[in-house]
Design a binder for this molecule. Structure first.
Ligand SMILES: Nc1nc2c(ncn2[C@@H]2O[C@H](COP(=O)(O)OP(=O)(O)OP(=O)(O)O)[C@@H](O)[C@H]2O)c(=O)[nH]1
Ligand SMILES: [Zn+2]
Length: 350
């Protein structure tokens, strides 16, 4: 066990295990009589909580289902086959019988299982930053690395551009130029004035997206601008929003009226802080990949090592110096944060 990681007392561990067993056992009920179930229908999981899931049909109708013990992991975004009961049992309309193979998965560290899938079939990760008080490329790079690790396409969104002078706007464009050069899409937007929001709406069409980014960058404000009526809590609103526990802690899938879907939850939004192995960090700087094999030493740390192909590429202007600098800072911070930051408290983690 790594230094600094919180140890549980024996009593706490017993409680954690007992709760977990209780949750697993609940899967047994209610018992469906196969003869009374309708035919298999395709659907999509829009929320998953406890031993239940809300399944949306292609027609947009939502049915609360329980899960066959045999189906394994079922998460928001999953494509499933389910069957409807001829009468609702304890408010449950049917049962999920099979999960289709996933085209992508978002995982986070889990106390029991190492990595746990929290959402499936996401097409793009919108990395939201605010240009004010300051645009941090290190934070952007951190999210990009995490996104690259999942294989899901990241898109950069810079919010609050209404607060920029023309001069500052030029500086922001210059800061972002290296990202355009290596092929990332960038949206400059203001959820306040609506600038750039129509383009962003277009980018969301026909895709399943998640919004990630630090607190206060305006993710909720943007989602509210794109999804009128949803009224997610933003920084200025009191915490007494009337939203239930489920809605705030469980990931759910929502439809943008302009087309496309959003998977959202506080847990999903925090994903870049989850742990990554150092070699995955290197891989996550996608323009480094073609150079990495060229280092003189196989265990090159790409610092002051002789014959480092990455450093040579920086000197030749093929790799952006700021990205290279951020790379080293991210590696350092991940090593120093690893013991405690990336594991949720198992006693409070539902
Ligand atoms: N000027 C300006 N302010 C904005 C804009 N978008 C959001 N804000 C403000 O920024 C603050 C934070 O916005 P939120 O939408 O709560 O940010 P968030 O990223 O959802 O934050 P968390 O919920 O903590 O993750 C609020 O006071 C918003 O009013 C914008 O485009 N321009
Ligand atoms: Zn090297």
């Amino acid at each position: 066990m790594s230094k600094g990681k919180k140890r549980l007392t024996k009593g706490q561990l017993r409680r954690v295990r007992a709760n977990r067993d209780k949750r697993l056992n609940k899967r047994n009920e209610p018992e469906w009589d196969n003869d009374t179930l309708g035919p298999q229908i395709p659907g999509r999981i829009i929320t998953r909580f406890g031993q239940h899931a809300d399944v949306e049909t292609e027609e947009g109708e939502v049915f609360r289902c329980n899960l066959r013990r045999t189906v394994g992991s079922v998460v928001v975004g999953d494509r499933v086959e389910w069957r409807q009961g001829n009468e609702a049992m304890a408010g449950i309309a049917g049962v999920v019988e099979a999960v289709h193979p996933r085209r992508s998965e978002l995982k986070r560290p889990d106390y029991y299982d190492g990595l746990k899938v929290v959402a499936a079939n996401i097409d793009q990760i919108l990395v939201v930053s605010a240009v004010v008080p300051e645009l941090s490329t290190q934070i952007i790079d951190r999210y990009l690395v995490a996104a690259e690790d999942t294989g899901i396409t990241p898109v950069l969104v810079l919010n609050k551009i209404d607060l920029l002078s023309a001069e500052e706007r030029q500086a922001v464009d210059a800061t972002l130029a290296p990202y355009l050069a290596i092929g990332y899409r960038i949206h400059l937007v203001s959820s306040e004035t609506g600038e750039g929001v129509a383009d962003l709406e277009h980018c969301l069409q026909d895709k399943v997206s998640i919004f990630v980014g630090q607190s206060g960058v305006g993710k909720s404000s943007l989602i509210n601008a794109l999804m009128p009526g949803i009224e997610l809590e933003t920084g200025e609103v009191s915490s007494n929003s009337g939203l239930g526990q489920h809605t705030t802690t469980t990931a759910r899938l929502l439809r943008f009226p302009g087309g496309g879907d959003l998977i959202d939850s506080p847990g999903v939004r925090e994903f870049a802080l989850w742990h990554l192995a150092p070699e995955r960090v290197t891989w996550g700087f996608k323009e480094f990949r073609e150079h990495v094999g060229g280092c003189k030493f196989r265990d090159c740390k790409h610092g002051n090592d002789p014959g480092c192909a990455l450093r040579a590429a920086v000197e030749q202007g093929e790799i952006d110096a700021q990205r290279f600098e951020n790379y080293h800072r991210i590696l350092e911070s991940m090593v120093s944060e690893r013991p405690t930051r990336h594991f949720a408290d198992p006693l409070n983690d539902k």
